[in-house]
Write a protein that binds this ligand. Structure first.
Ligand code: ZN
Length: 59
């Protein structure tokens, strides 16, 4: 098994880990005012692109 010749410095480790984070989901607001994910039908009213695509139970 390959073994690293040199210990990774704190700086190098930090540079590598600068991308290690959970991406924050983007938020768009539906016509009904609820925050939803982009390119998804609204979970509250079932609307997508200005028309109903899922039957809204509580709309
Ligand atoms: Zn909605």
């Amino acid at each position: 098994m390959a073994v690293p010749k040199k210990r990774t410095s704190r700086s190098r480790k930090g540079m590598r880990r600068s991308h290690d984070h959970v991406a924050v989901p983007n938020v768009v607001y539906c016509e009904c005012g609820e925050p939803t994910l982009p390119h998804r039908a609204c979970s509250v009213c079932g609307n997508y692109k200005g028309r109903q695509v899922v039957s809204g139970d509580n709309a």
